[in-house]
Design a protein around this ligand. Sequence first.
Ligand code: PGA
Length: 244
Amino acid sequence: MTKACKLAAGNWKMNGLRADLDEAHALVSGLGQVSCGVLLCPPATLISAMAEAVAGSAVMVGGQDCAARVSGAHTGDISAQMLADSGARYVILGHSERRADHGESSALVAQKARAAHQAGLVAIICLGETEAERDGGQTLAVVLEQLAGSVPEGATSANTVIAYEPVWAIGTGRTPTLAQIAEVHDALRANLPDAAISLLYGGSVKPANAAEIFAIDNVDGALVGGASLKASDFSAIIAALDVT
Ligand code: PGA
């Protein structure tokens, strides 16, 4: 069986002005030889400048969302092709903040992933249960339903990454137990359309807990929010992944 590629992905969310590109410069200059993928997803306004800032290094750049449609009269939307044209190679889709703030359904996420694939981008498709769903014993049912609904036909390890992000662990400093992460990742692996698709864990990953999370079977990396904003924290997470 082909082994999934390891990936440390940073999600800057709605944070970052041009001055913060200093963190991308610092990340690049502190990064030695790495065998895992390293990705930063800044707000769309910084994609092109960040792509220039990290050019020639191992750091790749991605977007945080794209339109499902290809082009046209859709004010404010950004197409997958525009992201690719700005220097992005990946795009995060179906993040729980978009599912909650913008009412994005799994069907819409699947359409966006199709658009990303057509533009040559790798789609990082996010899934995760709310705290009420976990307390109600529905975690596996919820994430497997999101997986089935959000991953389009034609998804392979070359064009798709899945990120398991429990909603209650995002930005809270709380994480599931290692056994809880393992249970979900095992279930996801068994249900992937291509077993070599990388499975990231996301939700309060930081330098202090990265190594133990990366040691879990079927965890191929992380999608990191807050701790990706500072090069020092993100570098420590990358180093923890690179030795696993
Ligand atoms: P966090 O966010 O690392 O700040 O918890 C993770 C994410 O939302 O991708």
